[in-house]
Write a protein that binds this ligand. Sequence first.
Ligand code: BGC
Length: 761
Amino acid sequence: MKLDRRSLIAAGTLLAATARFPALAAPAQKLSSAQRNRIDTLLAAMTLDEKIGQMVQIAGGRQIALNSRLDEAALDKVRAGRVGSFLHVAGAQPLQALQRVAVEESRLGIPLLFAMDVVHGYRTIFPVPLAMAASFDPDVAHQAARIAAVEASVSGLHWTFAPMIDIARDARWGRVVEGAGEDPYLGARIAVAQIEGFQTADPANPDTVLACAKHMGAYGAAIGGRDYDSAELSERTLRETYLAPFHAASHAGVGTMMTAFNDLSGVPTTGNEALVRGILREEWDYQGLVVSDWNAIKELIAHGAAATPAQAAALALRASVDMDMTSNTYADHLAPAVAADPSLLPLVDEAVGRILAAKARLGLFDDPYRFGDAAREKTVLQSADHRAAARRAAERSIVLLRNEGATLPIRSGRTIALIGALADDANSTLGSWRARGNKDESITLRQALAERATVRFAPGVDTRSGDTAGIPAAVAAAEQADITIIALGEDYDYSGEARSRSDITLPGAQLALIEALRATGKPIVAVLMNGRPLALESALEGIPAVLETWFLGNESGHAIADVLMGRVSPAGRLPMGIPRNGGQLPLFYAHPPTGRPANPDLAVDSARYRDADIGPLFPFGHGLSYSRFDYSDLRAEGQGAKNHMVAVTVTNSGPVAADEVVQLYIRAPVPGLARPVRELRGFARITLAPGESRRVGFALSSDQFAYWDDGWKVAAGPVECMVGASSDDIRLTTAIAVPSAYDLAAGALAGAALATQVTLG
Ligand code: BGC
């Protein structure tokens, strides 16, 4: 019998509903009863093959060749109902044509989901995620995601594989560029801001895309910073640190999540029932769509967790991975697995129900073509507003690491030698995920600086080869200039997926270039460009001014030049400490105290390396300004058993209007445990005119002091509150008290996942 797909989809009541669709939790996951009926009706009408088809995502192209695999074979799969989603596709017109095949030529006419990695911009490219986290400004992350969603959705996309919210404490890992750094509190705030930017309050709103929190749950903890490698964590560290942003994301209603490639304490994540079905679904009540990472279901065999593809499919399904990204393991092996073990069938229904719910939430059953607008595509991509927002985000992401003798800003009228290939590397401004970004639409530092000053440019060396032939010309340029700016770092392709490095010092002959420039005796400003913190202690020795500029997107050059010349006072802060050398890794500020805390006196046996100074070169939260800020009058005011208010006055006592990032850290001791020396629990980026003061209030709940001990618990007693300008620049300290110990309910948001409300007086 040929079913009338339109009436099936529209009426939702033609067939008796047999499948139960679970109640949805977070607001963005709510469905109307009509939508629910429609899904139940469809499920009842689908064959097993059609159900499995919905669980299949195939590549419609490659990251660098979008749509290149949309051939007849792919279209035939769509017609046969053997595919539910495509990735690496884009464009209003081609996606509309593809959707038409699904809607008009397949038996049930279920619309497809179109996905892509729109990570820090679609066509207008924003700073890489690590840079945006350095803004310590969730509004910047929100706006970047909003604009990316506008551009992606007019181009026909429904779904982005972003944000990546993996905590990263080892800069050797190439993917640190994609996340928000080492801290779960900052990570959770940036994650939620991005999710809300991509999805808005309701993914059915115009100009939205579904977000995807990835890679659930401890991908960033890969041993040795080697991409894809195992994570070996205590449950306490897993819960308090690595899962905190995921719990916050789940609570914020993120539409989808992606499982990690790696294993967690011996259990590959994509088949990890305790983690994904247990914690994510059952404890947190997450009802969104879970997709595997690329080929990861098949890779359960390489992990050794499954002997056959059918076993791999069953493992992933039991873990509640709904959609198979590209491995075709569900497509080819799930049906036999179900035949052999009928207890899998309800799990298939559940998974398909969640996939159809994602489509319903986007409004695709009402109008499968509501995304993608070829006319708007022409005006919206790279619009002036989007460029302006990208420029503001880039300005706010720059971190001034060092500024001895007020070397910066550069006084006007000075002749500048601009050295280093990265200063004119438009391609690197785009970072590692560039979606449809175009390097010709990026402004390099060389271009922007030339508009503002007399500049002699000489690349000197590139970042890859050992070729030093360009050094004499660079030295000659420096000798003829008043000041030298040297762009140092790694090009875009040194960081990102599968880009882990054992040695994170400067690649190529850049050290030789620095040596030669030092010998000129001219003042030097180092402008770092990189996707990860580099180990630069010796390279930066004697260099009075250092700016960390990451990869800042299309407006990179304008933003850096404006900071160098003083039009903008920098106020970014490090979302990850910068090590002195790679041997210190992993390294993070929120470590537990040891019985023998690091001691500068080498005669004392203590927790440190003998051949390196203690701690990072630049700590988490560090960043300077062209102004100065004083902190005064820190007070803690109890507001009941669980609520606390901590307020501080911050004054701009310097010469220029500037932003300060006020940071609140806690130390919450627990009898019997070694708790972190400090943990970020609040921050506020504020703008102050010279002489201006503001009172900054942080409203905390005791739940934010929770620790994991086979459940979330809060200890009674004092909690130290430290306020300052970085994790290593605490200006004032006070204490609040938790009157009595208590346990939190299972699944409750706790610790770093919870947001502190900030008030500005
Ligand atoms: C990455 C994911 C990405 C996916 C699709 C994988 O290799 O790990 O982060 O979303 O590819 O491009």
